[in-house]
Design a binder for this molecule. Structure first.
Ligand SMILES: [Zn+2]
Length: 242
């Protein structure tokens, strides 16, 4: 089917959250010992991931804005850290981060339907807007006070891709580029805010996909845990629910 052709390894979103929690438990991360931190788009069709994470981990700390881009910065990461359980003397953070994309029934990137709304819709709207500007070779304003988040996305992701001469982009490649920047921002901010002597953390990134019929999927792209400063890759392929 179209979702799995475009996103190999994508699986039902709830199964993905369940499987990742089982794997993370094996590394000492659980709802009583860890805080979940989430970077997903503001779009309402993305919030199912927050609900699944909430069911397993408790309410997650929100790090992101439009397109799942991380705008919380050191202040936001610092707040999340200071909210972590620590009864055993150690803090633990589990980061989930992903841009999103809809895939239509015929495999059309970006196409989705929304309940109680006439006509086709698109997702991610912020990335669709940016894609149009990149294809025209001209980015919109980066400092419009009435469009702060898209301005930040243009400034960072837009500028990077526009300067990447010779590369053409479509929504799939732009979503991949957004994923890479979100992961980069996450890891850079973790590096300056997390002290491995005092805390463990796990990073799970990927792409959230809205398939036909309102079904959501997740394609993991990065999964690791850092315990006592040592990195362990995580295999999220097991078939399990929490
Ligand atoms: Zn979006």
């Amino acid at each position: 089917m179209a979702v799995k052709e475009s996103f190999p390894g994508a699986r039902d979103e709830e199964d993905f959250v369940g499987a990742s929690s089982v794997v993370l438990r094996g590394h000492g991360f659980g709802p009583d010992s860890s805080i979940a931190c989430l970077a997903i788009c503001r779009d309402e069709i993305c919030q199912s991931l927050a609900l699944h994470v909430d069911r397993v981990w408790g309410q997650p700390f929100n790090l992101a804005g439009l397109a799942g881009m991380i705008f919380a910065g050191k202040t936001g990461f610092g707040a999340a850290r200071s909210h972590s359980p620590n009864l055993d003397g150690r803090e633990r953070y589990v980061f989930f981060a992903a841009p999103h994309i809809a895939i239509g029934a015929g495999g059309e990137p970006g196409l989705c339907e929304r309940v109680h709304r006439n006509g086709p819709s698109s997702a991610c709207g912020a990335l669709v807007a940016l894609l149009g500007e990149i294809q025209n070779g001209q980015l919109g304003s980066t400092d419009d006070p009435d469009d702060v988040e898209l301005g930040l996305i243009r400034q960072r992701l837009g500028t990077r891709l526009l300067n990447d001469a010779g590369q053409t982009h479509d929504l799939l490649s732009l979503t991949g580029a957004a994923h890479d920047m979100i992961r980069e921002d996450l890891e850079r901010t973790v590096a300056v805010t997390v002290d491995p002597a005092k805390a463990d953390h796990a990073v799970i990134t990927g792409v959230q996909i809205h398939g036909p019929g309102g079904r959501n999927y997740f394609q993991p792209r990065t999964a690791y845990a850092v315990e006592n400063g040592k990195r362990h890759e995580l295999d999220l392929s097991l078939e399990a629910r929490a």
